[in-house]
Design a protein around this ligand. Structure first.
Ligand code: SF4
Length: 63
């Protein structure tokens, strides 16, 4: 499970780093970024993606 952020859609709400702090973090420009694709359990990453208010988090299937 590989998460990606669509920066155009991210509104900087801070939800994804709150739910999966090992995977997502906020940048200085208040956009979220993925800094470790395997930083949290799949369930936490999925929960963060579902909780994103703008559907900015895409989850790719593993290679
Ligand atoms: S939950 Fe969505 S809108 Fe909020 S910071 Fe993360 S990517 Fe951005």
């Amino acid at each position: 499970m590989i998460p990606q952020i669509d920066e155009e859609k991210c509104i900087g709400c801070g939800t994804c780093p709150a739910l999966a702090p090992g995977t997502f973090r906020m940048r200085d420009d208040n956009k979220a970024e993925v800094y470790n694709e395997k930083g949290d359990e799949d369930e936490a990453i999925k929960m963060a993606a579902e909780a994103c208010p703008t559907q900015a988090i895409l989850i790719l299937p593993p290679l």
